[in-house]
Design a protein around this ligand. Sequence first.
Ligand code: IPE
Ligand code: IPE
Ligand code: MG
Length: 263
Amino acid sequence: MSFDNVDYTSLDIPAAPFSDKSIIPSFTHGAVPRHVGVIMDGNGRWAQERGLIRTNGHQAAEPVVFDIIAGAIEAGVRYLSLYTFSTENWKRSPQEVHFLMGFSRDIIHRRVAQMNEWGVRVRWSGRRPKLWKSVIDELEIAQEKTKNNTVIDVIFCINYGGRAEIADAAAAIAKEVAEGKIKGNKVTEKMLADHLYLPDVPDCDLVIRTSGEQRTSNFLPWQAAYAELDFVPELFPDCSREVLWRSIEKFTNRDRRFGGVKK
Ligand code: IPE
Ligand code: IPE
Ligand code: MG
């Protein structure tokens, strides 16, 4: 099956509206996580359960992505990382990979105005090699257009792999050691963090994975070293901002100790 003839730039998908203020939870127990990461999993199973092809599941995920962005804004989350395509997802069939590349590109293109209106700063985290140039181009256009927005940073992790990110940081540091800018025996955690793809983005506080799988699949291993984890049963296309809010509610009741002892 080929998706070459489908023009996803012209699909008419309505903007996710903001909620009636009265239904937004107030998260009274503790602070809302500053940085939330979402492993958006279960699109293929959602489609298969309905006798559809896997890519229909990815299409069904689009409105959910924007509902969750709207819900994150309403909850007061400042950074939202969305695991969109991993460095391991190239193992999938050429048809599915082709679809995911074209679809990601078209979503960014089609939704940038809406995100800009919402005050979203669009960002990309991932590796350049192998990623379609047209995807990188759309991401760069969106980054430039939204660079002054301050409501929320939405980070699309595309061709992202946590081990690749750490290896790339190590390579950049090794180069600086070779150039004599850094002493090899003076490499610190802070230095490594400063060489990650988006060094200004703070550590991830909460990672949510949908679809019931209990693993993190190479998502933010450095940044989420002390994150709270929430594995929720819903397949991603069945999710909504309420799923995010429930996870945030649970987060506000967790006891984070970071290796210390609570007074
Ligand atoms: C998540 O859904 C989307 C991507 C990884 C791109 P999947 O496509 O992994 O769906 P399942 O896990 O096979 O159901
Ligand atoms: C993780 O989901 C990657 C994304 C959501 C983009 P996968 O479906 O690729 O992960 P595994 O294969 O179940 O670990
Ligand atoms: Mg999956």
